[in-house]
Structure formats: structure tokens, C-alpha cells
Design a protein. Sequence first.
Length: 449
Amino acid sequence: MHRPTYALLAALLVAAPVMAQETPPPQVSHFTLENGLELVVIPDRRAPVVTHMVWYRAGAADDPAGQSGVAHFLEHLMFKGTEKYPAGALEGMVNELGGETNAFTNADVTVYFQTVPPDALPTMMDIEADRMRNLVLPPEVIDAERAVVLDERRQRVESQPQSILAEEMAATLFQNHPYRVPIIGWAHEIEALSREEALSFYDRYYAPNNALVIVTGDVDADAVRQMAEETYGKVERGPDLPPRDRAVEPPHDTSRTVTLQDARVSLPSFSRNWLVPSYRQAENREAEALDVLAAILSDGPQSRLYQELVVKTGIAAQVGASYSGGAYDDAGFSLYGTPRPGTSMEALETAVYAELNKIIETGITDAELERVKNRFIRSTIFARDEQANMAQTYGLWLTTDRSVEDVALWPDRIREVTVEDVQAVATKYLRPTIAVTGYLLPLAEEKTP
């Protein structure tokens, strides 16, 4: 099954947090059932379609030591069915309806979702409530599904030099935190994953008091709540889980370099990466300022990197910046680029960092700041057209200890970001002496220090 990357989901946090003030905000209802399950309902009656998502607050960063990939492995196994709904029943129902069902695992959550006609929603809720506690895993399915996961790893990681480097970069950027371990898992640990380990993870984390259900589309909030009471509400509450206190990163006080040379690489590229606060961690508008900084550098044809390095000097084939603020713990900020033929990697890397350094030394203009703010707010209007975007946005925020009210306030917090805020986060967090830089090079090309 296709699973969105974490980068894509993090991008949705920026692209679709909430509607702008120019349009009415969504009528969001937020309930908690007696067994601890959270329920969010966002009516949208423009089309007879509903999106139903179940978010478990458990992802790859919760994999026990030595069992990397078990959260993702369990995601696969969840489609093996229950006594009430055997393997293939869910997919068969949804396909017959012309809908969609899928799932994804990232570092912090595992999510299952369907997009179906509204009259199918009670059945979707019943299926998800049933497999929340009643998963059936015959021993014979384990080896076959483990082989599927290993093949997925070969296709998505080992056959793609960019993915190999990304794994090594994460393992270098995070020295202590479990974000350093691949979401899909290390191959040698996937090979050893057992039925008992998958069921142990399932028994620990798959319970209503560790789940968030989001329904958006052609629905009524009170009716959805009644459906939830009749399905999810009958599932017994699980043990209370301790706080998600993961290993903390030590101070980063060195620069580090990761280089991969591979015959499959045709164009060289680099990325420079830093640890920065996520939205959950940040204070004093720092997360919003980091979002704005990334946009000023690379959001659209008027951004600094595009104008200077693509339009004016023409030395970059690709260049950009990103901020992954949707993480539960530490986030990342990246600068990246691919030089055009005839330009050295060193020249492009120097030019990219020079644009950041200008912001550190002299700040940004009021005009730049207003342009980016307006782009952010406009993007929220367009995002409302996608039910899945809305559901994913609320899911990301609520599973990182934020609230429906926080989502509603996001546009105002972006509007409050100042020129000084942007310069301050660039100066505080993006020093080259503490960055991790990755180089992806053709086999014949040497990278000199």
C-alpha cells in the first residue's frame, strides 16, 4: 500500500492548518467518550463523501529497542482481519463503494483511514473499533508479511540512493533520540520481528484511550457521536499509558558530514540540517518564525533562494529550505540544493548559506514578511477543498498535545511574527558549526573538505 512520507505529512501542517479569516472557520466538534477515545467531527456538505481517520499515538519512535519497524509491521498486520471482519473484508467493501482505504506510520503516530459515502460510515467505524482490540494473527501470516515489509524496504530505501542517505543523515543528526531509527526499521531487525513482539506493541498501544478519531465530510456531529458511542464506545478502555518521555538529545556542538557516492546518482546534491524546536516544544512564536523563515528562503518564485540562485546567477538546478515542525519532539530545518552543470557543489553550498547569513546579519524586509504571511493565509483557503487535508491537519495537531483552539489560532500567530522574530531564530538555531551536512555524489565525483 502507498504510505505518505513523514515529510509530506509535516508539509500539510503548514499547508492546511485552518481556514483564513476571509472564510468562515469550520464548525469543529470535539468529544471524549467515557473510555477515553477522542472524537473530532468537521462537517463539509459540499459533496456526499466522508473521510474517517483513526490516529493511534504510537509510531516508530515508540518501537522497543532492538525491534525497529515493529509499529510499521503492525500497521501491515492490522489488515489481516478479525473473526468478525476477516482479511480482505475492509478492502472489498471500500472498493465496491468506489472509495479508498489506506494507512501510514510515521515516527509519532500510526493512522488508518477510509474515504467512503456517508451511509458507509457506521460500518467503517465498526470495523476499526473491532480491529482495535480483536486482531487475529495466525502464525502463518507473520513470515509472509515480514517478507512484504522487507521488499518494501528494498524498493523504498535500498534501491534509492536519496533514501539511503536520508537514513544515514537521520542517524547522524539525532545522536540519542529514537528519531534516529528508520520508520520502516533496520533490515536486520525487521528480519527478526516476531508475532509476539507485534502483539505486545498492539496490546500496549491500541486502545480507545490512546486513539483519536477524526471524521470530516457530509455528516452531522451529533449523529457521528452516536455512531461512535455504538462502536468505539463499546471497546474497553486500556491501561493508562505513561507520558511520552523519550530520550533527550544532548547539546549539539560539532558539525558533521555524511557522504554517499553511488553509481546510480546522476546529479550531485547537498543538504544542511539542524535540530530546531517543533511546534509542540517551541515558545515565543519560534515555530511560526521558523515556518516563515523557510518560506522566505524558498516558497515560490519570489523567494530569496530561487531569485538569487536560479533566476539571477543560474547556478542552481534545484534549491530550497524546509521546516518539519509537526514532530512530537525535536524538529528539523534543512537547506538543500543541486548545482547546474558547470557549477561546483562548493560554490552552490557557499551561495545557499550566504543567503541565510544575510538574514542572520541584516534580517528580512517588511515586504517579504507580508508576502509570506499572505501566502500562508491563502493556502489555508485552498486547503479546505480537501477533506483528507483537514483531517490530517487536526490529527497532527491533536496528537502532538495541541488543541482544536490552537488550530484556530494559527493564522493569528503567523500574523504576529515579526521581522525580529525571523532573524532571531535564524541566528539562534542555524549556525554552520552545529549542522549536519549530507552529500549525494556520483560514483566518479570526489567531495573535498
